[in-house]
Design a protein around this ligand. Structure first.
Ligand code: NDP
Length: 419
């Protein structure tokens, strides 16, 4: 049915590529392109012979629009899946526009260099006006709306689990369960244990930036920002058990607040163990999470990049990680004039993911929705010109695809609420 260029070959991309190869009817041809082509070639070798999907590989620096345009023009894909890093979102969108190809990604744009004065002045203005200080926000990619509309192309943003599936759960709740939704709590629980004192489950740089930033939530039409990790709750997660979770800023709150304006409060919580928090605090205190280069023995070193080099590669956690993830949304609202609550969630087992695709559940829960989102675009179910997030599409075919391709969801109509 289609031909897809996949950019990136890390933890998440590897799962998405495995799943595309299980779904050869839709993904007839894929090209895996990344900065380090050896990783693409190794994955191609592993998968060839197990799949009907024709696989090619290419080397590309996705920070360079001209390189991207040459690759896209030569390969002529129906869709570009950006599963590299959020730093590359804008260059890949530019190249897709130049070549007339649909685009999708799994995380919204943030700059690699947060000291860039041009970016910083726009960022500081946004902090003042919007009221949250995360480095990432949708404004950069929403700015492409008119260009994608005029070109008749679709850009699907943030199609992993959270963002991604969580917004499909919101669209489902709005379509099938509630007349009006009052509150949404997104709960991301990782009950997995990899045996290391400290490691991140996906790209350490992106992950540590996210969790060391101030928390924020949406309430009564505006952002409320709080110090990092200052709001803590305990929750008893199905198939995982009791865990401490902390309020974080998270990108889907921004698009949900826009697309579901009736919702009075939207919060995001993520579970963290004490060891993770202690390590993170210490690393932050000594400056290891900084993105500002420091001079060291005649070289410029970016502390967080150096830290990344020391930490275990998230892709290597697969064989060691045991336990389950439980990610979902708790809704309160009204149906036929009566108050009601509902909890839609998925439970995913780290070891089962490893047996199936050689990765732990964090990469799995992101890579499977990426493949399912790509399938929505290749099969024409989610195509409309412009730039959209997942809650703006019909959730039904996507949630059916998740059931079929490894992330079945369930509904609890009597959930314990988070205070
Ligand atoms: P990894 O660091 O494991 O992989 C990133 C990949 O991108 C690597 O293959 C890397 O190549 C490649 N890459 C980086 N820079 C460039 C470049 N300039 N040109 C070409 N390729 C490049 O990251 P993850 O797989 O953990 O994460 C991938 C994405 O998924 C991120 O955007 C992350 O934020 C997002 N994510 C989304 C989630 C969700 O639920 N929505 C959850 C988890 C992650 P190389 O091998 O050379 O370094």
């Amino acid at each position: 049915m289609g031909k897809v260029l996949i950019i990136g070959c890390g933890g998440v991309a590897s799962v998405a590529i495995h799943k595309c190869c299980q779904n050869s009817e839709v993904f007839e041809e894929i090209c895996i392109a990344s900065r380090t082509v050896a990783k693409c070639n190794a994955l191609k070798e592993k998968l060839e012979g197990t799949t009907g999907t024709k696989i090619t590989t290419a080397q590309v620096d996705a920070d360079d629009v001209q390189q991207l345009i040459s690759l896209i023009s030569a390969y002529q894909p129906d869709l570009v899946m950006n599963i590299a890093l959020p730093y590359q979102d804008l260059t890949i969108m530019d190249a897709c526009l130049a070549c007339g190809v649909n685009y999708m990604d799994t995380a919204n744009y943030e700059p690699e260099n947060t000291d860039d004065p041009k970016w910083r002045s726009i960022y500081e203005k946004r902090c003042r006006e919007a009221g949250f200080s995360a480095y990432f926000d949708y404004s950069w990619q929403w700015a492409y709306r008119r260009q994608f509309e005029e070109a008749g192309l679709t850009a699907l943003l943030g199609c992993g689990f959270d963002p991604g599936v969580t917004q499909a759960y919101c669209a489902y709740a709005k379509k099938h369960i509630f007349d009006t939704i009052d509150t949404i709590d997104i709960l991301d629980c990782n009950g997995g244990d990899h045996g290391y004192a400290f490691a991140t489950n996906f790209n350490p740089e992106v992950n540590l930036r996210e969790v060391s930033a101030p928390g924020s939530y949406w309430e009564d039409g505006h952002w409320v920002e709080v110090p990092p990790m200052s709001i803590k709750r305990e929750y008893d997660f199905d198939q995982v058990g009791r865990k401490d979770m902390y309020l974080l800023h998270h990108e889907e709150i921004e698009s949900l607040a826009l697309n579901l304006p009736e919702v009075k409060r939207i919060r995001f919580f993520m579970t963290f163990g004490q060891s993770y928090l202690d390590h993170m605090r210490c690393l932050e205190d000594v400056g290891m999470l900084s993105t500002t280069p420091v001079a060291f023995e005649g070289q410029q070193i970016v502390p967080i990049k150096f830290l990344k080099a020391l930490l275990p590669d998230p892709a290597s956690l697969g064989p060691r990680t045991k336990g389950k993830t439980n990610i979902g949304c708790i809704f309160t609202g009204k149906k036929d004039g009566r108050e009601k609550a509902s909890y839609i969630y998925n439970v995913c087992d780290h070891q089962e993911c490893y047996r199936e695709v050689g990765s732990q559940a964090i990469s799995y829960t992101t890579g499977v929705p990426a493949m399912c989102g790509a399938m929505m675009l290749l099969t024409g179910k989610w195509n409309k010109p412009g730039v959209y997030t997942v809650e703006e599409f019909d959730p039904d075919p996507f949630l059916d695809a998740l059931n079929r391709w490894g992330l079945p969801w369930q509904i609890d109509d009597n959930p314990v609420l988070v205070d």
